[in-house]
Ligand binder design. Structure first.
Ligand SMILES: Nc1ncnc2c1ncn2[C@@H]1O[C@H](COP(=O)(O)OP(=O)(O)OP(=O)(O)O)[C@@H](O)[C@H]1O
Length: 915
């Protein structure tokens, strides 16, 4: 029953061999059932045939080596092995029962007298098991572990790893394929090739176009060789255009070359990656081949195992059929146990070798996994790079296409325009050419005529130098003659001009003389708002609308008529007044001395007429401005210098209003140079050149006048203010010199204070005022009466104005009249005085700057009842001020700070102190 056994060849199934060997070595109870064939090389395992008796299909299943899937086969095999183990355990139980039966039989035989050796043997075997094996005891349960759990786990892990590896391999292969398809290196290369081909094509096209266009243009240029022809300009512009296109094409070529280089680099990188992928694939293939080999071996081992199992089953069947031979079997088991141990050891050795192979396979698998991960990472990077490169390539390609498109369009447009322009111009040129040819044909006879003319002209040209010399000489003579004539004419004209100038001067003088050397104007000031509110404003004055020289005055019921040179009504403006005065002012430029007085009682408007107000200046400022404009007009021929002095006469005392110390008294003296001229030592003169200078001078004069008195208004009423303007001219062309003096005098009030019984200082002021006004009246009366003696020296005023009152001087007296009824008697006095003065005519024949030595009594003014003071008849010529330097040195140095400031402003300005 135990003599039959099944044998499997495990030589090609190391895993199963290992499994079986391990199980056998661990379970001694299976020794009796798992016996190795002593003749094989350890690759065969013998199992009790009975173990397979209950599962005949196992062999057939194990031999299914041609299963479609190795994994399925392994799994099936494992299941079968487990099942087989369970059956083996049941067989062991069965064997144990058989042994018990055998023991019982032997006991019975002993009792019957035979078989004692067998019992002893059996007992010995049971009591003394062989080395390394546990003796099978009665009642022992069969072993539960024919395959150890570690091996199961190992097989499972191996299987799992194999599965994973295969999956990864599959994924990797797919990835490689996908990468190959995605990389599209060939597409890029194709694109590149296409671009290169397109570029070459464009280049050739451009070259051919350029050559054809240039040929056309050259032909056109040759056909029209004129330098002014627009074709040459067009050709030039087209050449420039072509060169620009060429430069752009070169830039694009360079860009293309860069792209090619980048593509080559990327291709080389892809190649490297492909190589790495191939290496990985090869390694995976190797691993797969090894795995296939292991599977194949396993299949073979399974096949062998199934054969042996079948044999074991047969053997078990035979043993079961055979009569019981317990002793032999036992002996055989004992004998065969040594062989089994040997086979077991060999199997263990093989098992260890297989373990090593397994560990090597695992290591290999790990390496392959690592490589796979590396490859995956590299693939991911490469994919990213490829995406980036593709994007760049697409962009570059898009740009290139767009630029090429633009270039193409631009090129076509330019060519079309050039063609159109060239055609139209060619047409025009052809037309012109045809016209020119026609003209040429028609001009040929004319050319012949011209040739004859040319020959004549040539001859003339040859003779021309002689003719030219002759003509030049003649022209020179004529020019010299003309120059001498022009020069003489010029001289004549200059002489006439001088004569005309003198004539104009004489005419002007005559005009002034005809108007009267002493002219008297009257101005009636308006009634102010306060006067209208305060008193009776019924005016006693009336005007003749037809005659502006008549004034009517109703006084005490008696109508008086005054005839003057001009009467200004209250509504007359400053400008109206100055219009009548300005001819006198301009005669000053011609070298005449002019004197303008403002005469009248206090508050009648003298200061208003002479000085005016800020916004509406009077005669003083207007006269200076007129002088400036006149001398400016005459500037090319005449060089004029205008100087200004300001003097105040208060209580017969002369004060210098522009000096540093206005309280100092000035004196009128004979000039020590023997010229017989009068001069005022210390009188300050400022040269003025602009209206701003005038303003500064007036400001300083006012300031000094205010400094010298406590109440300026009262003081101004009691003093005479003189503005002395000297105009010196020099004509560089004629060498003529002129000097005129304009005296603008704001006289003190003329009211009869003396009659009111004033005392003290007011009496003295009144006496001085009346003295000077009386002296003025005497002088005018003496002049009118052509007295041999004119009492200039009776007052400071007349003495100072001597040269402006005598000779061919011109005098204007502006009689100011108040319209108020309360001032009527004073107005009558003023007007009577004015009318008497008007009747005086200064004699131009009388010598200037000389006063009569006779001491005729001067007639007193009706309204001035003070006696004239005795005068000393010493004829003294008056001259202008002495040097300022002496004035400044002699003057006391105590001016107020404000005055000093104004003085310094004047000094630093354009005003100059006259030396
Ligand atoms: N034509 C005029 N239009 C407007 N106002 C005038 C005119 N004439 C004089 N006045 C005004 O009358 C007032 C007295 O004039 P103004 O001071 O000139 O008199 P005056 O004769 O100079 O006096 P005094 O002798 O005291 O100096 C001033 O307020 C002045 O503005």
């Amino acid at each position: 029953m135990f003599g039959t056994r099944k044998t499997w060849d495990l030589g090609h199934a190391p895993c199963l061999q290992e499994l079986w060997k391990k199980d056998i070595s661990l379970d001694a109870s299976s020794v009796d059932f798992l016996m190795s064939d002593g003749e094989d090389d350890g690759s065969f395992l013998s199992l009790p045939t009975a173990a397979f008796s209950q599962r005949p299909s196992l062999t057939a299943e194990l031999t299914e080596t041609n299963a479609p899937s190795q994994q399925l086969l392994i799994q099936t095999l494992q299941d079968k092995v487990c099942e087989f183990q369970a059956r083996l355990r049941s067989e062991e139980v069965t064997r144990h029962l058989l042994l018990q039966q055998l023991q019982q039989q032997s006991v019975q035989e002993k009792l019957c007298g035979g078989g004692g050796g067998v019992q002893t043997l059996q007992e010995e075997r049971l009591s003394a098991p062989p080395t390394g094996e546990r003796a099978l005891q009665p009642g022992d349960q069969p072993s539960d572990r024919l395959i150890c759990p570690e091996e199961e786990q190992l097989v499972t892990r191996l299987r799992t790893q194999v599965e994973e590896l295969e999956e990864k391999l599959l994924d990797q292969t797919q990835e490689v394929e996908r990468l190959r398809s995605e990389l599209g290196a060939t597409d890029l290369e194709k694109q590149l090739e296409l671009l290169v081909v397109e570029n070459e094509h464009l280049k050739q096209e451009l070259k051919s176009w350029r050559s054809s266009e240039l040929q056309k243009l050259d032909a056109a240029a040759e056909s029209c060789s004129c330098s002014h022809c627009p074709h040459s300009q067009d050709a030039e512009s087209l050449r420039r255009e072509v060169s620009r296109w060429e430069s752009q094409a070169r830039q694009r070529e360079r860009r293309l070359a860069e792209l090619e280089r980048e593509l080559l680099e990327k291709s080389s990188r892809v190649e490297t990656l492909h190589r790495q992928l191939d290496d990985s694939t090869r390694q995976l293939d190797d691993g797969r081949r090894q795995l296939e080999e292991a599977r194949r071996r396993k299949g073979e081992a399974e096949q062998t195992l199934s054969l042996r199992l079948q044999e074991c089953e047969e053997e078990l069947a035979r043993q079961a059929a055979a009569p019981p031979r317990v002793k032999y079997v036992t002996q055989k088991v004992e004998v065969e146990s040594a062989d089994s141990q040997k086979a077991l050891a060999e199997m263990q050795t093989k098992n260890a070798a297989l373990q090593e192979q397994l560990s090597v396979q695992r290591q290999l698998l790990r390496e392959l996994e690592t490589q796979l991960h590396e490859s995956q990472r590299t693939c991911a990077q490469l994919r990213t790079q490829i995406l980036v490169y593709e994007g760049e390539m697409e962009r570059a390609q898009g740009q290139l296409e767009a630029e090429m498109q633009n270039l193409e369009e631009e090129k076509n447009r330019v060519i079309e325009e050039a063609f159109i322009r060239a055609e139209s111009e060619m047409k025009a040129v052809h037309e012109n050419l045809a016209g020119v040819r026609m003209n040429l044909l028609s001009l040929q006879p004319a050319l012949r005529t011209l040739t004859c003319d040319y020959n004549c002209l040539k001859r003339q040209v040859q003779e021309f130098p002689f003719m030219l010399d002759k003509a030049i000489n003649e022209a020179k003579q004529e020019i010299c003659q003309v120059i001498s004539e022009v020069s003489s004419t010029n001289q004549e004209l200059l002489r006439k001009y001088k004569r005309e100038m003198n004539l104009r001067k004489k005419c002007h003088n005559e005009l002034v003389r005809l108007k009267g050397n002493i002219r008297v104007f009257c101005r009636v000031r308006p009634v102010s708002q306060e006067e209208q509110d305060a008193a009776d404003t019924k005016t006693m004055l009336s005007f003749d609308s037809d005659d502006d020289a008549v004034l009517y005055l109703s006084n005490k019921g008696k109508m008086m008529t005054f005839e003057l040179d001009k009467v200004f009504a209250p509504q007359a403006t400053q400008e109206d007044v100055f219009q009548e005065v300005q001819s006198l002012v301009t005669s000053c430029i011609d070298g005449f001395n002019v004197c303008i007085f403002a005469y009248g009682q206090t508050g009648s408007g003298k200061t208003y007429t002479m000085e005016g107000v800020v916004n509406d200046p009077g005669i003083n400022q207007r006269a200076l401005r007129l002088l400036f404009s006149e001398v400016t007009d005459k500037a090319p021929d005449w060089d004029y210098k205008i100087t200004v002095s300001m003097v105040e006469i208060y209580n017969e005392t002369l004060r210098n209003l522009l000096g540093e110390n206005p309280t100092d008294k000035l004196d009128i003296k004979m000039n020590p140079d023997g010229s017989g001229q009068l001069y005022v030592p210390g009188l300050t003169e400022f040269t003025v050149q602009s209206p701003e200078d005038i303003n500064r001078v007036f400001e300083l004069g006012h300031m000094n006048r205010a400094t010298a008195c406590t109440n300026l208004n009262e003081h101004s009423s009691r003093s005479h203010a003189l503005l002395i303007i000297t105009v010196s001219g020099f004509n560089s062309a004629t060498g003529n010199r002129t000097q005129g003096k304009l005296n603008l005098v704001d006289l003190a009030g003329s009211e009869r204070i003396g009659k009111s019984g004033a005392e003290g200082s007011r009496l003295r002021e009144a006496q001085c005022i009346n003295k000077s006004l009386s002296a003025l009246g005497d002088v005018i009366n003496a002049l009118r009466s052509k007295h041999s003696h004119v009492p200039f020296r009776n007052s400071r005023l007349t003495y100072l104005l001597q040269d402006s009152l005598s000779g061919d001087s011109k005098t204007l007296m502006m009689v100011q009249v108040s319209p108020l009824p309360s001032n009527m008697s004073e107005s009558v006095c003023s007007l009577k005085f004015a009318q008497r003065v008007r009747s005086v005519e200064l004699s131009s024949s009388s010598s200037r700057r000389h006063e009569n030595s006779s001491t005729s009594s001067s007639p007193t003014h009706d309204s001035v009842e003070l006696d004239s003071p005795p005068v000393t008849p010493v004829p003294l010529p008056i001259s202008r001020a002495s040097s300022a330097g002496s004035t400044l040195s002699s003057a006391s140095r105590t001016p107020s700070s404000s005055r000093r400031r104004s003085q310094s402003q004047l000094s630093t300005g354009r005003l100059k102190l006259t030396a």
